[in-house]
Design a protein around this ligand. Structure first.
Ligand SMILES: NC(=O)c1ccc[n+]([C@@H]2O[C@H](COP(=O)([O-])OP(=O)(O)OC[C@H]3O[C@@H](n4cnc5c(N)ncnc54)[C@H](OP(=O)(O)O)[C@@H]3O)[C@@H](O)[C@H]2O)c1
Length: 231
């Protein structure tokens, strides 16, 4: 089948670059109409509809979700990917930093899921993909805020799997290891001890391929989680 997602509406958050941009392109390639959301401008692309929004701003997020539903209805597929990576020792993690990390990595996927999953249940079908991290299960130094957000996101995913089991709504957690994106730019991993070289990291397309694979399985098959690491 060349276009397994033809006729499907896919919402991808954090689609302006990195894993989200690669995923949007893969889903479009599989035939979906793709709604991309991010704060930055995205290059106009056939079959994609772009929303510039700060998803961490609750009011702007609600207006965005309303606009998506008004223009496109309830999406068939959501990839909750928007995220940020704060690397800091506990002592240097201020309340503001912690709040910022929890907002984009945990509160945003929570709010997006709560908005659309009930309607997916009523429809009897849908797919929710949450982009977690190797750090949603493993602890690394300087990851207190990031781990809190990603362990929390994995917890959210695991609850969704149970609450929606048998409803026709499938939930998939995709947890990548280090992936060469702009998220690493502030940290220069190539020169920092204990960090993988960028060359050895996954590429955004590797993660996008895993997501695309999970969402194109037959409706009877539920891929609950994928953990993807560099070799
Ligand atoms: N790279 C890795 O090694 C790695 C490993 C494991 C998991 N992950 C996870 O993968 C996901 C994507 O990360 P990435 O590496 O692709 O990072 P990235 O290149 O920095 O991309 C992050 C995306 O999220 C969007 N975003 C961030 N804050 C936002 C906000 N407040 N409102 C709307 N959009 C926002 C950004 O768009 P704007 O800046 O334009 O708003 C961008 O499109 C994240 O959840 C991350 O935790 C990454």
């Amino acid at each position: 089948m060349s276009a397994p997602l033809a006729g499907r509406i896919a919402l991808v958050t954090g689609a302006s670059r990195g894993i989200g941009a690669a995923t949007a392109a893969r889903l479009r390639g599989a035939g979906a109409t793709v709604i991309r959301a991010a704060r930055s401008a995205m290059p106009p692309t056939e079959g994609m509809h772009d929303f510039r929004v700060d998803l961490a701003d609750a009011g702007a997020r609600t207006a965005f979700l309303d606009a998506v539903e008004a223009a496109h209805g309830v999406p068939h597929l959501i990839v909750s990917n928007a995220g940020a990576f704060i690397l800091a020792p506990l002592e240097e993690t201020s309340d503001d930093l912690l709040r910022e990390q929890l907002a984009i990595n945990l509160e945003v996927p929570f709010a997006v899921a709560r908005r659309f999953l009930p309607a997916m249940r009523r429809r009897g079908s849908g797919h929710h993909v949450l982009v977690g991290s190797v750090a949603d299960l493993r602890a690394f130094p300087e990851n207190a805020a990031y781990a809190a957000s990603k362990f929390g996101a994995r917890g959210l995913h695991e609850v969704l799997v149970e609450e929606y089991r048998g409803s026709g709504v499938r939930c998939t957690l995709v947890s990548p290891g280090p992936t060469d994106t702009a998220a690493w730019d502030p940290f220069d991993p190539d020169t920092r001890e204990g960090f993988p070289d960028r060359e050895a990291m996954l590429r955004p397309d590797d993660v996008a391929d895993a997501i695309c694979w999970a969402v194109t399985r037959p409706a009877r098959a539920h891929v609950e989680s994928i953990r993807l690491s560099p070799r």
